[in-house]
Design a binder for this molecule. Structure first.
Ligand code: MG
Length: 380
């Protein structure tokens, strides 16, 4: 197995020092053309719990829910406000209560220069292990604040072309044939669908989608539901014939050698999701997967997600950007990175009925990144 993995790594080809890549990523705030508002104030953090109401009962694996717990945060500084969010689906260990406990440990008032993003977020990361979602909410609010101080959106600060924002997929869950067909019908405005597989009725799921949408591009997410690598490879070939673009997390994340073998032999990319949280996971995924799914809540926010994008690219890996069920706050933050990646699955804000922000829009399935500064949101 190991020699097969090494071969795959060799095929991946690009050799780069991850330390050099990470060290090279920087944001130049010194351009004279950019008007920079600098004050001498202190940063003030405030937060509150907010239940995101689901438009429809949301069913995954073993439970259904009508709300998604959420923390809304803001950082105020010199008359500017940066907004952030921690969206907390119940199948993750973090809750509003763990987030509040974490926020109470933070002392952001010690910083007088929000442009010192590295320093501030290194401090936030050092206060406690874990708490990725809560850390992401602070990171997003700080990016929003700094973008507003610079009067520029982050896609522009990072040098991305707004027009290159991809189409977002819309997810179809595992369900009975008539429901799958109905949901596919309702998803007519979306050019790409993401189909959940792994419950033993995979071909039936795809065939039901194909009855309604014969031509549409499909992504597939197995959530670790396959166990046998040879059967997984047979399915990858079958899915390729069904115009499926990639397979996400085909097998459990601990079946590393099986996944590496599948990635080497599969005709379509094999993308890691459950295996990927932060930078070290990208390094570990090299030679095992052909692509990664980055989510801001898992990566601790925009700063580390941006580094993960650059690192994965240096490994010649494909990149998907995904999300939780969330408000337009964190989805708009994620959309700032979207021109730099291959595929987007940013439909979390479309599933709720009580959004607090106006931000990224979806037009005919394509992400429209707002031109407003920061993360591009306007409070409703
Ligand atoms: Mg997934």
């Amino acid at each position: 197995m190991k020699s097969e993995r090494r071969d795959f790594i060799k095929k991946a080809g690009v050799i780069a020092s991850s330390a050099a890549i990470l060290g090279a990523i920087n944001c130049d705030n010194s351009s004279k053309k950019i008007k920079i508002n600098r004050g001498s104030g202190k940063m003030k953090l405030t937060y509150y719990k907010y239940d995101l109401k689901m438009k429809h009962v949301f069913t995954i694996a073993k439970n259904s829910r009508t709300i998604t717990p959420d923390m809304q945060v803001q950082i105020d500084y010199d008359g500017f406000t940066g907004y952030g969010e921690a969206a907390m689906p119940p199948y993750y260990p973090e809750t509003p209560e763990t987030a509040i406990k974490f926020y109470k440990k933070l002392d952001l008032a010690q910083f007088t220069d929000p442009f010192q993003i590295e320093k501030i977020l290194n401090y936030v990361d050092s206060v406690e292990t874990g708490n990725h979602f809560a850390k992401a909410s602070i990171d997003i609010a700080l990016h929003d604040l700094v973008g507003k101080l610079m009067d520029q959106p982050w896609y522009k600060i990072w040098g991305y072309d707004r027009e290159k924002a991809p189409y977002t997929s819309f997810t179809i869950g595992i369900d009975k044939p008539e429901i799958v067909q109905q949901k596919t019908l309702e998803a007519a405005p979306y050019k790409v669908l993401k189909i959940k597989l792994g419950a033993g009725n995979d071909k039936e799921m795809i065939e039901n989608v194909r009855k309604i949408a014969p031509e549409k591009q499909l992504y597939v997410d197995v959530n670790g539901g396959w166990k046998d690598k040879k059967k997984a490879l047979d399915m990858a070939h079958w899915l390729q014939n069904q115009n499926v673009v990639f397979v996400e997390q085909p097998m459990p994340k601990n079946q590393i050698d099986d996944i590496a073998w599948l990635s080497e032999n599969s005709p379509i990319p094999i993308v890691a999701d459950e295996s990927i949280h932060r930078i070290p996971d990208v390094i570990a995924a090299r030679g095992v997967y052909t692509g990664i799914n980055i989510k801001l809540m898992k990566s601790t926010g925009m700063r580390e997600a941006h580094k993960m994008v650059n690192l994965a690219r240096s490994f010649d890996m494909k990149i998907l950007i995904g999300c939780m069920v969330a408000s337009s706050c964190s989805i708009s933050a994620a959309s700032q990175l979207s021109p730099a990646i291959d595929w987007a699955d940013l439909d979390g804000n479309l599933l709720i009925s009580n959004d607090l922000h106006e931000g990224v829009l979806v037009k005919n399935g394509k992400l429209i990144i707002p031109e407003r500064p920061g993360i591009g949101v306007k409070k409703l």
